[in-house]
Write a protein that binds this ligand. Structure first.
Ligand code: GDP
Ligand code: MG
Length: 317
C-alpha cells in the first residue's frame, strides 16, 4: 500500500483551539494551552503516524501549530507573525480553525487573507461544538457564511478538546496528501528538543498561576540542562519587565516561585520519565518584548544552533 505524507499548518485566531487540536491529534501534550491569548509563541511540529487502525491508509501527517493570527504591536508580536508565515510556506494543506462560540469579524477576514495569499488548499474546522449543545441551526448558519467567503475543500465541525470529529478529519487530511517519504522515525512525535519543552512547561505554569499582564511579559530561558543517569538538572531564567512583576512572580517569602517550580518540576519529570532538579531565577529586563535582538535570541532553533556550533575563537588581545 502506498505511503502518504505532508505538512499541514493549523491556522487561526488566538484561542481558537489550535494547540489543543495539535495535542489531541498527536495524542501527546506537545504545545502548552491556556485560556489566555498569545500562549503559543513559536511554531511547533507534531507528527501523526498512520494508520491508527488496521487497513487504513499508511502515512505521516506533520502538523504545524502556530501562534494566533493577530496584528502585531511589538517585536515579539512581529516574530510570532513571522512564525505563522514561515509555517505557511510550502505546506500542503491549511487547517483553518475557528471557535464557533464567537462571532466572525474583521480579524477572521485577516486569517482568510493569509489563506488566499498562500494559494494552498484549506479545510475549515468549526471547533468547540461541545459548547453549542442543541443549536445545530446556528452551526448550519456559520457553515453557509463561510462557504460564501472562501472555497474550502472541506468544512468539518469538531471538538478538539473532546476529540469529536477528529477521526474523520485525519482521514480527510491523509486523503489530500500526496505520496511521500517518511519524514520522521515512527517513535518521534515532535521536532522540539526537551530543553525547549521544559521552558514551555515552566511558562505554562506561570500562565496558570498568575493574573493580568504577567502572562504577556514573561519569557523563560533554560540556562542549564544536564541529563544525568538518575537526575536531570535544569536551571531556568524567568524574564519579566518590571520590579513589580518580579515581586508577584516571587511572591511573599518566595511562595509563588516555589508553587510554580514544584508544579513545573512534576510536569517535566512526567515528560522526561526521570527525576528532575529544577532551579528558577527571576530577572527584570525592561522592554524585552520590544528588543528585536532579545526576541530573536529566544528562538529555540537559534538557541540550538548556538549550543551545538563550535565555539567561536575569541579575538586575540
Ligand atoms: N469547550 C472547548 N474548549 C476548547 C476546545 N478547544 C480548545 N478549547 C479551549 O480554548 C482555550 C484556548 O485553547 P488553545 O488550544 O490554547 O488555543 P490556541 O490559542 O488557538 O492555541 C483553552 O482554554 C482550551 O481548553 C474545544 O473543542 N471545546
Ligand atoms: Mg496555541
Amino acid at each position: 500500500m502506498s505511503f502518504h505524507s505532508g505538512f499541514v499548518c493549523i491556522l487561526g485566531r488566538p484561542n481558537a483551539g489550535k494547540s489543543t487540536l495539535l495535542n489531541s491529534l498527536v495524542g501527546e501534550k506537545l504545545a502548552i494551552i491556556s485560556p489566555k491569548p498569545q500562549t503559543t509563541r513559536n511554531r511547533i511540529q507534531g507528527i501523526v503516524h498512520l494508520p491508527k487502525q488496521k487497513n487504513k491508509t499508511r502515512g505521516q501527517v506533520i502538523l504545524i501549530d502556530t501562534p494566533g493570527v493577530h496584528k502585531p504591536d511589538s517585536s515579539l508580536g512581529r516574530k510570532m507573525m513571522a512564525e505563522v508565515r514561515e509555517a505557511l510556506e510550502g505546506c500542503n494543506l491549511i487547517l483553518v480553525i475557528n471557535d464557533v462560540t464567537r462571532k466572525p469579524d474583521r480579524e477572521d477576514e485577516f486569517v482568510l487573507d493569509l489563506v488566499r495569499e498562500s494559494g494552498t488548499p484549506a479545510f475549515l474546522l468549526l471547533n468547540k461544538i461541545d459548547r453549542i449543545g442543541r443549536e445545530k441551526q446556528k452551526l448550519l448558519g456559520i457553515i453557509d457564511e463561510y462557504r460564501r467567503r472562501h472555497d474550502f475543500r472541506e468544512i468539518i465541525p469538531i471538538s478538539a478538546l473532546k476529540r469529536d470529529g477528529l477521526d474523520l478529519l485525519v482521514q480527510k487530511v491523509i486523503g489530500v496528501l500526496p505520496q511521500g517519504p517518511r519524514y520522521f522515525p515512527d517513535d518521534q512525535v515532535t521536532d522540539q528538543p526537551a530543553r525547549f519543552m521544559a521552558a514551555e512547561i515552566i511558562r505554562e505554569q506561570i500562565l496558570l498561576d498568575t493574573q493580568e499582564e504577567l502572562p504577556y511579559v514573561v519569557t523563560v530561558v533554560i540556562e542549564q540542562f544536564e541529563e544525568g543517569e538518575k537526575l536531570t538538572r535544569i536551571a531556568a531564567l524567568i524574564y519579566c519587565e518590571r520590579e513589580g512583576q518580579k515581586a508577584i512572580l516571587v511572591g511573599k517569602g518566595g511562595q509563588m516561585l516555589k508553587k510554580i517550580g514544584t508544579a513545573a518540576r512534576l510536569a517535566i519529570e512526567r515528560m522526561l520519565s526521570t527525576r528532575v532538579f529544577l532551579e528558577l531565577f527571576v530577572k527584570v529586563k525592561p522592554g524585552w518584548r520590544e528588543s528585536r535582538e532579545f526576541v530573536e535570541g529566544l528562538d529555540w532553533r537559534r538557541q540550538l544552533d548556538n549550543l551545538t556550533a563550535p565555539r567561536k575563537l575569541l579575538p586575540k588581545e
